[in-house]
Design a protein around this ligand. Structure first.
Ligand SMILES: C[S@@+](CC[C@H](N)C(=O)[O-])C[C@H]1O[C@@H](n2cnc3c(N)ncnc32)[C@H](O)[C@@H]1O
Length: 294
């Protein structure tokens, strides 16, 4: 049976929500002491399924307010629910001005609770920053944010799923120091051309070195990278010596394209594995995928 997308806690550009179950179905069988690592966490869509196949997890992202949110959901979910309900109520009585009060507060002192509220109420949920690093998306005028009673169920669901996850704010390369043979790493770095959508651009050559270092330590990894959008090839060749299997996974339509007012375009993203995927998925359902024969 096809698995549903994970519940949407925070909206995040590049979220793998629609592909998460397909991606995780290709993860290797874990041993008892192996740890799941996800160093480009974002909205945690893949973690939601990935963690269910491992005993423990380390999830990290370079963006501190995001990790602040994850730690709050894990350790203090009632506080997250309370703050969302309070902000949501204030937004209803002072619409749309209260959105900009929260945006100013966040830009003065970035934190996970305000980031969550902004992501749930801004235009198409797109987290976007200006050159000074300030969040600059506007309120989604035709939506007023999810009802707190419904949202609290999502927070509680996530809080339960992530209890065995250790969250860290750090550059993905720092995680390498913690990974040992038998562990598994899922990587979902920003697109090579996604300037300004995240806080920091990524050096692809360093990423490739990082993957090579994992290979030399016999660490299994899966990498989401590049792909095609509406027939436009956005691929970036990962050296073939690094991986043994590549597949294209169909995702939803690009949220960025939608907001740029273009026609909605289907997106397919590459998934590279440095191991042979399980012949029959050990994780319930098989992926929606196109095999490329590597
Ligand atoms: C494509 S998004 C990940 C999306 C995630 N898989 C999801 O489903 O939401 C890439 C993430 O990498 C983070 N990032 C960018 N550069 C980084 C770096 N050098 N180290 C760690 N994280 C980084 C961004 O903050 C962003 O959350």
């Amino acid at each position: 049976m096809k698995k549903a997308a994970p519940p949407s806690l925070i909206k995040w550009t590049g979220s793998k929500r629609s592909q998460a179950a397909s991606i995780a179905s290709l993860f290797p069988v874990s041993s008892e002491d192996s740890t799941y690592f996800e160093p480009f966490l974002g909205s945690g869509a893949v973690l939601y399924y990935g963690i269910q196949y491992f005993q423990k997890a380390v999830a990290s992202d370079i963006y501190a307010p995001l990790i602040d949110l994850w730690n709050n959901v894990k350790n203090n979910s009632s506080f997250v629910i309370q703050q969302y309900s309070k902000d949501w109520g204030l937004l209803q009585s002072s619409f749309p001005d209260y959105f900009y009060t929260v945006r100013d507060r966040f830009n003065a002192q970035a934190n996970g609770i305000d980031l969550l509220f902004l992501s749930r109420t801004c235009v198409n949920g797109i987290i976007r920053f200006n050159a000074d690093g300030n969040f600059n998306n506007s309120i989604h005028l035709s939506r007023r944010g999810m009802q707190p009673s419904r949202f609290s169920q999502i927070v509680l669901n996530w809080a339960q799923v992530i209890q065995k996850t250790n969250f860290k704010t750090c550059d993905y390369q720092d995680i390498l120091k913690l990974v040992k043979e038998g562990d598994f790493v899922y990587l979902d770095p920003p697109y090579a051309n996604s300037h300004n959508r995240y806080i920091k651009d990524l050096d692809i050559h360093q990423l490739i070195e990082f993957l090579g270092a994992l290979n030399s330590r016999n660490v299994k990894w899966a990498l989401s990278f590049d792909g095609t959008r509406g027939g436009k090839d956005m691929s970036y060749e990962i050296p073939k010596s690094l991986y043994v299997y590549k597949t294209l996974i169909t995702s939803g339509n690009s949220a960025v394209q939608k907001v740029l007012n273009s026609s909605v375009e289907p997106v397919q993203e590459s998934l590279y594995l440095n191991y042979d995927p399980p012949e029959y998925s050990v994780h319930d359902d098989g992926p929606e995928q196109i095999l490329l024969g590597f």
